[in-house]
Unconditional design. Structure first.
Length: 725
């Protein structure tokens, strides 16, 4: 019978050749091909467990073939929430079960957790959050443009001066609610130099009316020369244009627009002698309605007139007779009563000689306006969000989104895209782009807004709703985070634990926002996290190396990631990149890397089993060689019966040791081992050789084994593993 060391060396010295022999075996080849061809058809745990051939292959790959008939037990493993430390799989001492659960993408209800959907919960929430912040971003952008207009518009400006400054031009046109996307400036010049006193000089319809009103404000003559604008007129023109711009960019409640309304009303009210003058000013009416919590789009200016001329002591006055049939009616009447009591108009509409309102009441009204100005926007935003959440889940095709104005505008605004500035054909190309392909349409645009839009939805190249394409599945993100946390020393300080929690939070929040290989590689914090999680944080990995690692084809035994070590092969398998570095759809129970890893593990397990048929010690030695680099502490060894047996055998520790308290066993192993040495192939090989010798001695498999003489031939005065030999 071959000695353990010789049997081990026959495989370990050329593992690729040994694996190739296993793979060439017709039975193994047939099983591997069946798994690769059929695992993608699995849509639930029932499908998986119900296909005994698939299930046995996977169980064998993860060293669990003895549990293949315990289907109820394995169902609980596969449906475990690995992010919950108290879940079924995480509570099991044997970590092979966690590794098995990590390999598949099942949710708690047993379904494949990634199925075609227009948006994942994360994508939907991110869209809603971006929309909620859009108003702030929009107000900031609008303020920048109107401030530019205030600083650069002059009273002596000609029409050509205006047209030649594109920022001024855009503010003026937007203030008139005129879309410039398909307009020529020569046509605009023609409109602005027409006779602004003659409506017939402009086209019929609403568009012509807009030009007529705009020309009347700017008052250029037929040559385009500037009129004799007074400083007062110019100031009023600037204010009015800025206000209209804010209205038409949905910024009526921005700080700048608010202050304009306050200033306008404050100056206007001092000139009012009759209520008719007040209600003739739309902005003043809006100001009053908003201040008293009334919707200016639902109320009539005549209601202000009725309220301000009501005698509050007269039960038959307009304001006293307002209905109170509902809570809304009561609220409305209360608002009008408060309005009537604040202003000083007689029943004939004339203002009090001392003024229609006192200075103190002006301040009170200003405070009320600031308090209520964004009420309607908030209400409308909540309504828009509720509509979006309700309708977006029913979208089944790209056309459904493009032809639904409310949905599309919501999504575009969330990405800071003006719905009037983009065509449907462009949006179609954006939303069907492959974000992971640097040459795709959206990436060639070079506009982050459109990248964010494409990332918000899951359309395939044909415009159908597809599966999400994360660079790493949620399951693998959670598994990586769990590995990172597990790597913490038991003696970690409070500060170290807090830092680890901060890094885990960053990783789990950042990863879902990445769309391509370069996104990940460019984030040094993420790459360091992954290295630390897999126990190779001391390795220097350049960006170019990262790209080669993550694009490795791990079905090829000689792939780049595997050449760097099993930890890097595991890293590659945990991401969702193909060999071209593009992101693959994650609608299967396993990623491409996961299938390849399972296949490789099956071949490796089969190779170890074949070796064990000749010599059980060789099987244990090969297993130890494979698993030892993953060990970070004594508890990792003690949680694995095979590793525990190998270490006890190597150091001649008695079997009765297993009856000791687990912490006592850990202390014994800590004294014997330097776990960092497990990552050094030479030191690890020396320990395996020691195990082989001790195994043969213990089991008397070969009294003349060369491994026996190996023990006395090694210097025992060194450090680390070599020092124990």
């Amino acid at each position: 019978m071959l000695s353990t060391l010789l049997a081990y060396r026959m495989v370990a010295n050329d593992p690729d050749r040994a694996l190739a022999r296993v793979e060439a075996n017709p039975v193994n080849k047939r099983e591997a091909e069946y798994y690769q061809d059929n695992i993608g058809n699995v849509r639930s745990v029932d499908d998986f467990i119900g296909n005994f051939r698939l299930f046995r292959f996977a169980m064998t790959a993860y060293g669990l073939e003895e549990k293949v008939n315990q289907q109820g037990f394995m169902r609980k493993v596969l449906e475990s929430d690995l992010s919950d430390k108290n879940s079924f799989a995480n509570r099991l001492v044997d970590k092979r079960f966690v590794a098995f659960a990590k390999a598949f993408n099942f949710s708690a209800d047993g379904s494949v957790s990634s199925t075609p959907e227009i948006q994942t919960a994360t994508q939907e929430n991110n869209t809603v959050e971006a929309y909620s912040e859009w108003r702030v971003r929009n107000a900031t952008a609008a303020a920048a443009e109107t401030n530019y207009f205030r600083d650069h518009f002059r009273g002596d400006m000609s029409v050509d001066d205006l047209l030649n400054d594109d920022r001024l031009y855009q503010v003026v046109m937007k203030s008139a609610d005129i879309d410039t996307t398909y307009l020529s400036k020569s046509y605009v010049r023609q409109m602005l130099t027409a006779d602004y006193t003659d409506r017939n000089a402009f086209p019929a319809g609403s568009q012509g009316a807009k030009y007529f009103e705009l020309a009347g404000m700017l008052r250029f003559d037929s040559t385009g020369a500037a009129p004799a604008r007074t400083p007062e007129y110019t100031a009023d023109l600037i204010d009015q244009t800025s206000y209209n711009y804010n209205v038409n960019t949905d910024n009526i409640d921005s700080p700048q627009a608010e202050q304009y309304m306050v200033d306008h009303f404050t100056s206007k009210i001092d000139t009012i002698t009759n209520v008719n003058d007040l209600v003739a000013d739309p902005k003043a009416c809006r100001y009053i309605f908003v201040a008293f919590g009334l919707d200016p789009d639902l109320e009539y200016s005549s209601s202000i007139q009725q309220a301000l001329t009501s005698d509050l002591n007269d039960p038959n006055s307009w304001v006293r007779k307002l209905p109170v049939d509902s809570a809304a009616d009561v609220k409305r009447k209360t608002s009008y009563m408060a309005m009537a009591s604040m202003f000083d108009f007689g029943t004939d509409g004339t203002a009090d000689p001392a003024g229609a309102i006192t200075d103190e009441e002006k301040q009170q009204l200003s405070a009320l306006f600031h308090e209520h100005n964004d009420d309607k926007s908030e209400t409308m935003d909540k309504l828009s969000t509720a509509i979006f959440r309700g309708k977006i889940r029913k979208v089944t095709t790209l056309n459904s989104l493009l032809y639904d104005k409310s949905l599309l505008e919501y999504a575009l605004k969330a990405c800071d895209i003006d719905p009037e500035k983009v065509s449907q054909s462009q949006l179609r190309k954006v939303l069907t782009s492959d974000l992971s392909d640097p040459k795709s349409y959206v990436n060639r645009l070079g506009d982050e807004r459109f990248v964010n839009l494409a990332a918000s939805f899951n359309f395939d190249a044909n415009g159908k709703v597809g599966a999400p394409k994360p660079i790493q599945t949620l399951r693998d993100q959670q598994a990586t985070a769990t590995l990172y946390t597990a790597a913490l020393s038991s003696s970690a300080t409070t500060a170290q634990k807090a830092k680890a929690k901060e890094e885990v939070t960053y990783y789990l929040e950042k990863m879902p926002t990445l769309h391509k290989l370069d996104d990940f590689v460019a984030d040094d914090r993420l790459t360091k996290f992954v290295l630390a999680a897999h126990g190779v944080e001391d390795q220097k990995v350049t960006p170019s190396m990262w790209k080669k690692i993550l694009a490795s084809d791990i079905t090829d035994p000689k792939n780049y990631a595997s050449s760097l070590g099993s930890q890097f092969a595991d890293i590659a398998a945990s991401f969702n990149f193909d060999k071209d570095g593009k992101v693959a759809a994650s609608d299967n129970v396993q990623t491409v890397g996961g299938v390849a890893k399972t296949r490789q593990l099956f071949l490796r397990q089969t190779m170890e089993t074949d070796a064990g048929q000749q010599n059980e010690g060789a099987r244990l030695a090969l297993y130890f060689q494979r698993k030892a680099p993953e060990v970070k502490s004594a508890y990792d060894i003690l949680a694995d019966k095979a590793l525990t047996q190998a270490v006890r055998t190597a150091f001649g520790l008695p079997d009765q040791m297993s009856q000791m308290d687990i912490d006592v066993q850990a202390k014994i192993l800590d004294k014997k081992l330097n776990y960092d040495d497990f990552k050094d192939p030479k030191k690890l090989d020396a320990l395996v050789a020691r195990f082989a010798a001790m195994y043969d001695l213990k089991n008397d498999t070969s009294a003349s084994s060369p491994a026996v003489s190996l023990i006395s031939g090694i210097n025992t005065g060194g450090t680390g593993l070599l020092g124990y030999l």
